[in-house]
Design a protein around this ligand. Structure first.
Ligand SMILES: Nc1ncnc2c1ncn2[C@@H]1O[C@H](COP(=O)(O)OP(=O)(O)OP(=O)(O)O)[C@@H](O)[C@H]1O
Ligand SMILES: Nc1nc(=O)c2ncn([C@H]3C[C@H](O)[C@@H](CO)O3)c2[nH]1
Length: 214
């Protein structure tokens, strides 16, 4: 049983690469709830009002996916639960959550992580992190076109996205729940270019070989 999780900023290419890895390795893909997420558009319209609710929503849906993915055999998840705290900490630091919400969220997250520790498989086998610059991130967000994520319609998102990248650097450096690998999302156009896709998939497979997981 091998479980891979993807990480990276908004629009980094996690969902795209998740699908490619699942196809290549013949594993099942688990995607975070976006298009069916009733809170996400509300959050982008009024972050202070909905930051806490969105975080609870994501934590709950991610926990469902993790329970399914860690119980089953070979799986790949398009975002790790370890990034949830990063998002909430950043939103809290930006004044979008009060101290009571922060305390309740942290306690609930710790409680859920405790449950995960009790599962037969506690941690993923490999974290695949996609690194992107601000310019690439914006290009991809624009290309994907979710209306509420566009900086043209909401210029305050420039600060939000730049801030997110600032939080991701140290987050990746400190991540130690499993082996990890960094993919250069600026360099490799693994969506449009088959040669780049092969390079990226090879990097992941080489790492799995090295770990004795392939
Ligand atoms: N390496 C890449 N080269 C070219 N286009 C890419 C690349 N990665 C992603 N894209 C494109 O960028 C957009 C965002 O990709 P995707 O939805 O996979 O990102 P994500 O990391 O899952 O985003 P989110 O965090 O919002 O869920 C899509 O339109 C996708 O086709
Ligand atoms: N606030 C907040 N907390 C999270 O834990 C979180 N996880 C994902 N997202 C947002 C980013 C993309 O717009 C969209 C798809 O990733 O959902 C989050 N937003």
């Amino acid at each position: 049983m091998t479980v891979l999780v993807l990480s990276g900023a908004i629009g980094a290419g996690k969902s795209s690469l998740t699908g490619m890895i699942a196809k290549e390795l013949g594993t099942k893909a688990f995607y975070e709830s976006v298009d069916d997420n009733p809170v996400l558009p509300l959050f982008y319209a009024d972050p202070s009002k909905y930051a806490f609710l969105l975080q609870i929503y994501f934590l709950n849906t991610r926990f469902h996916s993790i329970k399914a993915a860690l119980a089953d055999d070979n799986n790949v998840l398009d975002r790790s639960i370890y990034e949830d705290a990063l998002f909430f900490q950043m939103n809290a630091d930006m004044g979008r959550a009060n101290q009571t919400e922060v305390a309740i969220y942290k306690d609930l997250l710790a409680n859920m992580m405790q449950e995960i520790k009790g599962m037969p498989k506690k941690n993923p086998d490999l974290l695949v992190h996609i690194d992107v610059s601000y310019d690439t991130m914006i290009k991809r967000i624009t290309k994907r076109g979710r209306s509420y994520e566009q900086i043209k319609t909401d210029p305050t998102l420039v600060e939000y996205y730049k801030n997110l990248l600032k939080y991701y650097g140290p987050w990746y450096d400190h991540y130690n729940y499993s082996p990890k690998i960094r993919i250069d999302g600026d360099k490799y156009d693994f969506v449009e270019n088959p040669a780049d896709r092969k390079i990226v998939i090879d990097q992941i497979e080489d790492k799995l070989h090295e770990m004795g997981k392939l």
